[in-house]
Design a protein around this ligand. Structure first.
Ligand code: BES
Ligand code: ZN
Ligand code: ZN
Length: 508
């Protein structure tokens, strides 16, 4: 985390004597407060209802109203924060994530040190107290993330007031599971923060070698075994895909392998993440506009890092191998050229039509290497194609692969955690598009179905007997719109929560 993390706490049942600056209470559209309001005592209830009747707030999504309450009201607070929930039958898990972040922001703006949220005392249209806790806590942590380590103190925007503690009230009998959930959410949010930190780091400060060092550091802190395949080892293994992509840069490529084995004889999951620390396009140079965003081209690898950290901290009983091929794609006198043919580690010859389609070249060798761990499931994540941004925008990652049940489980996990996936077909006919005249295959398949033909290319490096899913996160890895309070501008850390939820429910 770039800053000290927001602290959260739980209280079961009676909260009235807890010291705090304010209580957070939900209000549905139409000015209808959540049921838990009655727990604040008659006097406070009357004041709230009076304010709502007077139309001081409507209860729209995202609406916030600070309401001072008279001293001697029976509560240990002097203020309430009424938080708009929108239509009663329209509340969603994602809505509670955004709400968690919005509450923290409102508290920061209003110099609140300690807040107590009553939202998790009630069920909201089938969303149970524990789910409200989980999603609000997650949103609060995700929303309080900042990447500001590159701003010198003097230039930092006016120092932010920070909310010290956010306390959630739950029905007494829910406290035990709530503690477990909160501990999980904290570690998952920590994994997202790591992924965001890595992805937000500019290319000059995060080279493949530096990323490898981060992999070694992970192994020092946690029960993870890290192996770095240096450029020399990659050459010995015939991994010419990743070597070719890296050969134009003074920063040599490498492959980072992180193993976490706490699942006994359970199946093994391999997660593979593209980590191009900067993608200029190479000799097939990209246009200048927005080229700086290509520092995010290692977001797939960043997600693997975040996931590995989270599962190791949670001590999940699973077996996972994380594989992160990393290179910098630059043009130079030593760079690969369009027309070059390379022999990949698998033995397949690839004609490089466009050096900007480099992700699939490093993934080809990484997917091949993944097979050496004999995994039951392989999931890869990559900011692979601009075409995916055109197809799905930032609302969903592209999902492709060779196994329907795996895709179904991943989509379910994605729906639950707010990282949506949407399927695209890999009909065999698409493979025609990547046939090469001089080699076995070529690295681009033309303008049509660019996301699919990229996945077709990857499929050639995966054994069909293994369940494999490919996630194209080009449109979801980073965002500068700032429209969702739990998603600050820059890297989203997408994939971490998805993989965690998948691994926690499927154990594979
Ligand atoms: N890293 C890019 C894909 C990308 C584009 C990610 C926009 C995020 C936002 C990838 O390496 C690339 O350049 N792909 C090319 C492939 C083409 C040459 C076949 C693309 O999408 O234009
Ligand atoms: Zn590229
Ligand atoms: Zn790329």
């Amino acid at each position: 985390m770039s800053e000290s993390q927001l602290k959260m706490d739980l209280v079961g049942g009676d909260f009235t004597s807890r010291e705090a600056d304010l209580l957070v209470i939900g209000v549905y559209q139409g000015g209808e407060p959540q049921a838990a309001l009655v727990r604040c005592g008659e006097e406070v209830e009357r004041e709230v209802r009076r304010a709502l009747k007077a139309g001081w707030m409507r209860g729209d999504v995202g609406e916030m109203l600070f309401l001072p309450i008279s001293v001697g009201n029976g509560l240990a607070v002097e203020r309430l924060l009424l938080a708009g929930l929108g239509k009663r039958d329209g509340v969603t898990l994602e809505g509670f994530r955004a709400l968690g972040a919005a509450v923290v922001k409102a508290c920061e703006r209003s110099a609140v040190n300690r807040a107590i949220s009553l939202l998790s005392l009630d069920s909201h249209q089938g969303i149970a107290p524990l789910e409200v806790l989980e999603t609000m806590a997650e949103g609060a942590w995700l929303g309080s993330y900042r990447y500001d380590r590159l701003q010198s103190q003097g230039k930092k925007e006016t120092p932010r007031h920070r909310l010290g503690r956010l306390v959630f009230v739950l029905p007494g009998e829910k406290i035990k599971p709530a503690r477990r959930i909160l501990a999980w959410v904290e570690r998952i949010a920590g994994g997202v923060a790591l992924a965001r930190d890595l992805a937000n780091t500019p290319g000059n400060l995060l080279t493949p070698e530096i990323l490898a060092k981060k992999g070694r550091e992970l192994a020092e802190r946690l029960p993870v075994k890290t192996t770095i395949l240096s450029a020399q080892v990659l050459a010995q293994k015939g991994m010419n895909g990743i070597l070719a992509v890296g050969q134009g840069s003074a920063n040599p490529p490498c492959m980072i392998v992180m193993e976490y084995r706490k699942g006994g004889d359970r199946p093994t999951l391999a997660v593979v993440g593209k980590a191009i620390t900067f993608d200029s396009g190479g000799i097939s140079l990209k246009p200048g506009a927005k080229m700086e965003e290509m520092k995010f081209d290692m977001s797939g690898g960043a997600a693997v890092f975040g996931f590995m950290q989270a599962i190791a901290e949670m001590k999940l009983p699973i077996n996972v191998v994380g594989i992160v091929p990393s290179a910098e794609n630059l043009p130079s006198g030593t760079a690969q050229r369009p027309g070059d043919v390379i022999k990949t580690a698998k033995g397949l010859y690839v004609e490089v039509i466009n050096t900007d389609a480099e992700g699939r070249l490093i993934l080809a060798d990484a997917l091949h290497h993944a097979a050496s761990f004999d995994p039951d499931v392989i999931i890869d994540l990559a900011t692979l194609t601009g075409a995916c941004v055109i197809a799905l925008g930032s609302q969903a990652s592209g999902l492709m692969g060779n196994n329907e049940p795996l895709q179904k489980r991943l989509r379910k996990a994605g729906e639950r955690c707010g990282e949506r996936l949407w399927p695209l077909p890999l009909f065999p006919e698409y493979q025609e598009q990547i046939k090469s005249v001089v080699a076995d295959i070529k690295n681009v398949g033309g303008r049509e179905a660019g996301t699919i033909t990229a996945a077709c290319f990857l499929s050639r490096f995966v054994d069909d007997s293994r369940a494999w899913a490919h996630l194209d996160i080009a449109g979801t890895a980073y965002d500068f719109s700032g429209t969702r309070p739990h998603m600050p501008k820059g890297a989203m850390g997408v994939g971490v929560r998805l993989l965690c939820r998948y691994a926690m429910t499927e154990r594979v």
